[in-house]
Design a protein around this ligand. Sequence first.
Ligand code: C5P
Length: 224
Amino acid sequence: MLIDVVIPAAGIGKRMGATIPKQYLMLDDATIIEHTINKFTTLPFVNNIVVVLDKDDAFFSKLKFNIKKIVIAQGGKERADSVLNGLAITTTEFVLVHDAARPLVNKEDIIKLVQEASTDDGGILAVKVADTLKEGGANREIVATRPRDNLYRALTPQYFKRQLLINAYQEANKKGLILTDDASAMELSGFSPKLVLGSSLNIKITEPDDLILARMIIKAQGLN
Ligand code: C5P
């Protein structure tokens, strides 16, 4: 079975505070987005890689990839709009959606996700919450402590049947909901995506400290 991959990369990465979009910052010997894309190019079941870029993106075309299967789609206002634009030019029955900002995903986890979630419900990579969770009030005072036993952090890739995900996003759009991951759209449509445990090193690079951490992880992995 061949699978298309959608990589939303049209965000500006405001929280990173850099002068260029965060996916073009260097991580070891390549940009973040090159690391991310290269995790998928060598997987035998990957068909097209649809990279969703801001319409004024001035960086991606300067990068070099040794493969022909990269296709570009235009980004939208929110992540969900970008993903939907990317999905429009996919053609496979199942699709993987993976944030450009997660360059450290490992291939074994992607394979595990595909093996365990090729159903109508689909699935996502996730990690169990380790910290005690507090809900804060208007003045950042603790108003509640949430039991963490059944709580997970949603990572990407997220993996669904293409048409079911498109339908789910269209329904969410009609309701005017802004969703921050793909599984939320499926949940709203009545599906129960599977939580597939992945590595907690698959961090999303959001703030400057994440970049420091990512550089350390890559260095440590190189020492193995
Ligand atoms: O902002 P955040 O880190 O949650 O974004 C997750 C991913 O979605 C990033 O890879 C970002 O480039 C992408 N994105 C997008 N279009 C937007 C907003 C975010 O493709 N309008």
